[in-house]
Every structure is written in structure tokens, then in C-alpha cells.
Write a protein that binds this ligand. Sequence first.
Ligand SMILES: [Mn+2]
Length: 320
Amino acid sequence: MNYDIFNGDADGIIALLQLRLAYPLDSQLVTGVKRDIKLVQNINVNAGDKLTILDISLEKNIEAVNQALKKGASVFYADHHRCGEIPTDKNLDVNIDLDANTCTGLIIDKLLAKKYHAWAITAAYGDNLIAKADELANQAGYSHEQAKQLKELGTLINYNGYGATVADLHFDPATLYRALLAYPSPFDLLADLNSPFYKLRTAYQDDMAGALAISAQYQSKWLSVFELPDETWSRRISGVYGNLLANQNPDSAHAVLTKNKDGSYLVSLRSPLHHKQGAGDICSQFTSGGGRAAAAGINTLAQSELSQFIELVENYYKAL
Ligand SMILES: [Mn+2]
């Protein structure tokens, strides 16, 4: 059995998209909302199975990966999140790069010698590596207008991954992946007025209007905190809204809070774009937190922990 296990965001979807455009394979898709990163544990592995795992932290999946290897499966792993100690096994092919200016889509792009380069650039835009993606688009000879289109597409696919459950999303990431597989180039997708791009664009504009109408509940030189209501649209827009805020004010960190059903907060933290560090380490100090240096989150932060969180973030960036 082949399993394609991938994060449900733009980077995860487009990493797999490039791989399967290059090497078509009948596989079972395993994915979820963007925050659902412990995906490897969801499958029942047998000897001889082939697992392709993309854009989810090895550290968070290490037990399931080790178990799969022990059962005789082979694993191809590509990612750019915290990895912890990487096991050595002849059946484990690891392609991990923790550089803050790369993403899984770009790691796969390198392996495929830029075969689906426009898609890879779209993944980089989707993972909010705007400067890097601009540079690659320029090097590849795309016009400013084309780069803008890839940026919008990446942002929209990324936006689709945010939600508490797949039911919050406009497209199940597996469905979106299958729909995108019809387009060897993102420009083909943009040319198709019936493509998911146009549905996502309208939905995004509606959700973003809701977020922009809310002002900061806390603001200092180092951090701004925004709280969105307990609504489906909030859970969809929070991460992308965090990216927008980070791009607007690159010297400050930004946290977007969304109320969970139990009254706790779902937290999206973006480090200042000019200091892409610390977010993952800060969020990891909370039980349900994790992520990368530039972008991280906490699944459940108790209301009573909010002031502690704000203090941690401010002390971290103040000290830089
Ligand atoms: Mn990624």
C-alpha cells in the first residue's frame, strides 16, 4: 500500500502535487487541517508499505515513523519543521532542511530539478516566504503580474488549510489536492474560471473583511494581539491574517487568538519578519504548542495563560 501523508496547507499540498505530477502513483491520501500534524499515527502500516511524508514535523511523528520502519515499511520524508533526532535506517530517505527561507515545496523543487517550478514558487508564497518567492519568480523570468498571481494562489491554498476541523474548510485538502492535479502549471489553473482558485478567492475576501473590522486588543512596540470571535470564518482566516499583519508591520510580532469551544484560545503567532526567530520555541513552552521559528501556534491556551504568553513573547523580542 502507498500512503501520501501531507500537511493540508499550500506547502504540503503543492509538495505532493509536484511529486505526483512527476511520479504518478496510486496512493491513499492522509491529510487534515493545517494544524493536524500528527498524521503518521493515523495509518495502519504493514511490511512493504511505502510512505511519503511531506511538510509535517518529524519530531511530532517520530514514534509512528519508527514503528512503520520497524514493521518493514519504507519512508520518504521531506520537511522543514523541527525534526528532533533523525533516525538512521536504510528504508528511511530524509530530505529535511530547517533553513527559515525554505519550505517543503522548495525542497521537492530541488529534488525534481525545478520541473514544476511555478508550483514550487506558489508553495513558497503560500508558506509566507514572500521575499524568497519574489526572488525565485524574478529569476525564473516571470513578470510582476505573474508573480502576483502565484502569490494570490499560494495565499488562497494556504488559507484553505486553516480551521479546527476539515468541516470548517471550503475544500478537504485531499479534494483540493486532487483538483489541482489536473493542472501541470498554476497558470493553467488561473486560466480556468471554474477552478477552485475563484471559489477560494471569493470566500477569502468575505472572511478577511470580517478580520479587518476588528482592532487590536493589545498592542506594544513588540507585539500586537487580535482576538477573533468563535466563528468558522475566524478559524479559517486567522493564520493568513497573521501573515498579512506580519507583512504590514515587519518589526513587531503578531498573535491572532480565536476562541475555542471550551473558552480557551487557539493561538497563531508570527515572529517579526525582520527577526524570523523564536515563535516555535515560545509556543513549544505550552503543552499544545509548536511550529517554526517564523510561524507557530498553540492549540489550546487557557485564558489565564494569556498574560504569561504575552510576557514571554515581549521578553523574547525585547532582548534581541
Ligand atoms: Mn511548510
